[in-house]
Ligand binder design. Structure first.
Ligand SMILES: Cc1cc2nc3c(=O)[nH]c(=O)nc-3n(C[C@H](O)[C@H](O)[C@H](O)COP(=O)(O)OP(=O)(O)OC[C@H]3O[C@@H](n4cnc5c(N)ncnc54)[C@H](O)[C@@H]3O)c2cc1C
Length: 301
């Protein structure tokens, strides 16, 4: 990896050099991290922030289910937030607090066990609460915004702020989080419900997902955002004749052609080339320029 980045200062937690990021993304793509750190508490995360210089490139990684990491990896500090920060607790009879590293599935099942409804849609979305807050993840007409009471957010100087969905201007797959800020946890407001009925809803949603999405191969879910003004990205991609198109080990799924699958050995350059090809073909056919929902992470930060 390139020079010019200072030696990493010593930390209480081990710092892993050269960890392969493909193992930490659902696309199974991505080269080595210059440094990988896994804070196990908010205090450790704050201490880490104090030790990094303002210019050290850093990448926050939750479940890695919405990112495309370069084949060259990431020449900076990757902060793995999913392996630590996993506290999940009931605050009162309708409110759950979850730290950023808790999986969405864990939150949904915890709520069900407490007899709390409203988080069922989260069960099938891979990834962490931190990543879901950052993306305002959603499905089947609900989104994080609808559940979130407020979030604890760490700014780059180490100060913790409480932010409401309005302050974060959460909208379709969008949260206005300033650069360098980190979601630490969220408080979620749910409604009392019957655990059996909640279980049935979760099962139904799971069946709908399994029937419509290609879950047998690594992917990052929907690659493109729903275009403004109506319609769906998958229909445009289908109509542009892209279903089944491939590049290297990457292939546009036939079952749901807004998914691009890693059919084995795909590299980020294959995925990027295929994403661009799909965008061009859709534009030529419809005049609509699809925008990425997945976040492309450059190797140099
Ligand atoms: C099979 C499949 C199905 C999917 N279905 C859906 C769906 O139905 N609905 C949907 O919305 N999405 C879906 N996705 C996409 C993805 O799961 C969501 O976007 C999810 O919220 C990403 O969470 P993550 O923890 O994996 O984030 P990551 O991919 O790790 O990170 C995403 C972004 O969030 C930032 N980030 C991560 N943690 C934090 C933090 N604590 N503070 C600040 N920033 C942070 C990262 O730096 C990055 O910019 C799907 C993906 C797959 C693979």
């Amino acid at each position: 990896m390139g020079g010019g980045v200072p030696t990493f200062p010593p930390l209480a937690r081990p710092v892993v050099e050269g960890a392969i990021l493909a193992a930490r993304t659902t696309w199974r793509v991505g080269g080595p991290a210059r440094w990988l750190v896994t804070p196990t508490s908010i205090d450790e995360l704050i201490a880490l922030g104090h030790r990094l210089t303002a210019t050290t490139p850093r990448l926050l990684l939750g479940g890695g289910s919405n990112v495309l990491i370069d084949d060259a990896g990431f020449d900076g500090v990757v902060i793995d937030l999913k392996s630590g920060l996993r506290r999940l607790r009931l605050l009162d009879d309708q409110t759950i607090e979850a730290e950023a590293g808790v999986t969405m599935s864990a939150l949904a099942h915890f709520a069900r066990r407490q007899g709390l409804a409203g988080a069922e849609f989260l069960a099938g979305i891979p990834g962490s609460i931190g990543g879901a807050l950052r993306m305002n993840a959603g499905a089947y007409g609900s989104a994080m915004r609808t559940l979130l009471l407020d979030a604890q957010v760490l700014d780059p100087t180490g100060v913790i702020h409480t932010q409401t969905p309005e302050m974060l201007r959460m909208a379709y797959r969008h949260t206005a989080l300033p650069p360098g800020w980190i979601f630490l946890s969220g408080r979620f407001r749910l409604q009392p419900g019957d655990p059996e009925a909640i279980r049935r809803t979760m099962r139904d949603l799971h069946r709908r997902r399994a029937a419509s999405q290609p879950l047998d191969y690594p992917s990052a879910g929907s690659v493109f955002r729903t275009p403004p003004g109506g319609g769906t990205a998958w229909r445009l991609i289908d109509e542009a004749g892209c279903a089944g198109r491939g590049r290297g080990g990457a292939q546009v799924a036939e079952k749901h052609c807004n998914f691009i699958l890693n059919r084995g050995g795909a590299r980020s350059r294959d995925l990027l080339a295929l994403i661009e090809r799909v965008r061009e073909k859709v534009f030529k056919m419809s005049g609509i320029e699809l925008e990425n929902e997945v976040l492309v992470i450059p190797a140099k930060g």
